[in-house]
Design a protein around this ligand. Structure first.
Ligand SMILES: *[C@@H]1O[C@H](CO)[C@@H](O)[C@H](O)[C@H]1NC(C)=O
Ligand SMILES: *[C@@H]1O[C@H](CO)[C@@H](O)[C@H](O)[C@H]1NC(C)=O
Ligand SMILES: *[C@@H]1O[C@H](CO)[C@@H](O)[C@H](O)[C@H]1NC(C)=O
Ligand SMILES: [Zn+2]
Length: 522
């Protein structure tokens, strides 16, 4: 994932919400049209009705268990750091290439697999299916990691893969080498056991995701486009299994990211005739720009809570809360505006309520006695699903409201389309089924990513992009993400492997079971 982790802190303020809404709730209990919407995904799935294709089970010997953990640790020890868009550790990227070939010999030698290097360091695998008429899917992960320094206070050196209390420590353990090595290890074992997929699939491993994927993922997409490839769905990292992170929620929740917020970097600049500070004009470039920036901060983008996929998250989790939260979350048609007002009070939850506005750079002046002719500021906006890049730019322009302030878009993109999650949605249902087979007590719900991943580059190849891996996040784990002491338990790494092992086989079903209503009006 490109951005650090406030997305995982989303709901920890739900408790706080209660205080504000209790009074309103009691008033509204009288309203006739009250409904308790129960979207119980676990009941609706009916696992028994599915064609059974996952008939190879993963039984590993003690020796294999050590080997698979060694493979993972070796991947962590290679410092595949992206320092900036133009600077990565290419020595490490080449070493990673050698590691992959050595660790997964069956993948690299199988007749079913075609491997190619893209942009020198990214890897694309095509695993041929026995039924070419079945639309393929794509599993996505990335090789690179953000920098890490032991002096930041790690309990174990960040590229050591040292074990402490059953956890493997190191940069990349969750973001994203757990998924990457898990996918290839799963394929290695499947092929060793003689598995041949019915449905073909791709594995795409980009090498510059942390610095926006313009070399790796974008070139892989170009290659696939040239070949006319269409994908049934794409599965990338993003959200996780939240366990005890959402206060008031009974049991763990697997959030599957259906979309990502959009992005805009806007430059504001004011140009004035330079002058001497002994005879200053009444307004300076700095003053004009500062006032514009202040107007942007004083006038946040509109509150849109309930108009994007965050609505589905609340509705799907509602039945796992006690009253009155259950009631409030099931009736967002009524409570969304109120809930939005409560959520906007904290930065972590405000991110779900609106397009956020962050002034990140402000530059002007070179000398104490010279009026600077130029003042510049950069504003980074993360666009809510219910708004477009253009709408946000228009609002920035009108809020600034001063012709002397030039507003320029440096880079940006619209929020990503919202992927499907209904009964007919192959990718979503397969991911959900695979999660529930492994973790029957987990509640599966849709979610939205605040940060961006490589998956956005694939949006022309598929309608459905999902962002999820069954990494278990407990309280405090969000800070490890792009932070210090990134780690994963050995057990959880093995679960990642089992997840992909089972997901690949689950994708071999010809079609989903007939739709079955999951909404029960009580
Ligand atoms: C496993 O499932 C596939 C369908 O994907 C089927 O063709 C194959 O015969 C099954 N193998 C066994 C051993 O049951
Ligand atoms: C780059 O990676 C190599 C290992 O492949 C390592 O020896 C070297 O120290 C790394 N360079 C930097 C600047 O991190
Ligand atoms: C791959 O490496 C070659 C030779 O070092 C270089 O000329 C080329 O620009 C690289 N391609 C990409 C996409 O980075
Ligand atoms: Zn990542």
């Amino acid at each position: 994932m490109t951005d650090s982790g406030p997305k995982f802190k989303t709901f920890k303020l739900l408790k706080l919400i209660l205080s504000g809404v209790l009074v309103t709730v009691s008033l509204l209990f009288a309203i006739a049209s009250i409904r308790t919407l129960s979207l119980d995904v676990n009941v609706g799935l009916q696992l028994a009705r599915w064609e059974k294709t996952n008939n190879i089970s993963l039984v590993v010997s003690q020796q294999q268990r050590e080997e698979l953990l060694d493979n993972f640790k070796e991947a962590i020890r290679i410092p595949t750091v992206s320092f900036s868009k133009d600077e990565s550790n290419t020595t490490a990227l080449r070493e990673f290439d050698r590691f992959l070939r050595k660790a997964f010999p069956t993948v690299f030698s199988s007749d079913l697999v075609r491997h190619e290097l893209v942009a020198n360091y990214s890897h694309l695998f095509w695993v041929r299916g026995s039924q070419p008429d079945l639309v393929p899917y794509l599993l996505l992960a990335h090789i690179d990691v953000v920098p890490a320094s032991e002096s930041d206070g790690w309990d174990a050196p960040p590229f050591s893969a040292e074990e402490i209390d059953g956890f493997i420590y190191g940069r990349g353990t969750i973001d994203d080498k757990g998924s990457l090595v898990g996918i290839l290890q799963a394929l290695e074992y499947l092929l060793m056991k003689g598995y041949a997929p019915r449905r073909g699939f791709y594995i795409s491993l980009g090498h510059d995701e942390e610095v926006s994927g313009t070399k790796g993922a974008m070139n892989i997409v170009r290659v696939l486009k040239q070949r006319g490839v269409r994908l049934l769905f794409v599965l990338d990292e993003g959200l996780a299994v939240l366990d005890g992170v959402i206060s008031g929620l009974e049991g763990p929740a697997a959030l599957i990211g259906l979309s990502e917020k959009g992005w805009a970097t806007v430059k504001l600049s004011v140009f004035m005739a330079p002058g001497h500070s002994s005879m200053p004009p009444s307004e300076t470039s700095i003053g004009i720009l500062a006032a514009a920036v202040k107007r942007l901060e004083d006038n946040p983008m509109p509150r849109l809570f309930g108009h994007g996929p965050e609505k589905g998250t609340f509705e799907h989790l509602a039945h796992k809360f006690g009253l009155p939260m259950k009631f409030i979350m099931s009736n967002l048609w009524l409570f969304a505006p109120l809930l939005g007002r409560v959520l906007e009070r904290k930065p972590e939850t405000n991110a779900f309520v609106r397009t956020t506005t962050a002034v990140t750079m402000f530059n002007a002046g070179v000398k104490v006695n010279i009026m600077p002719s130029l003042a510049e500021a950069y504003v980074n906006l993360r666009i809510h699903s219910a708004q477009s890049l253009q709408e946000v730019l228009d609002l920035v322009q009108s809020t600034v409201g001063d012709q002397r302030v030039k507003v320029e878009l440096i880079d940006g993109f619209d929020p990503l389309p919202v992927s499907s999650m209904d009964d007919k949605s192959f990718g979503f249902q397969i991911i959900k089924k695979t999660v529930l087979e492994m973790f029957p007590t987990v509640t599966v719900a849709p979610g939205i990513c605040i940060g961006n991943t490589d998956s956005r580059h694939f949006k022309d190849l598929t309608d459905d992009i999902y962002r999820f891996a069954p990494v278990w996040f407990k309280p405090g784990d969000a800070q490890r993400f792009h932070g210090i002491n990134e780690r994963i338990s050995k057990k959880n790494y093995e679960e990642l492997l089992v997840f992909y092992f089972s997901l690949i086989q689950n994708c071999d079903i010809l079609k989903l079971p007939e739709p079955h209503s999951t909404i029960h009006e009580l």
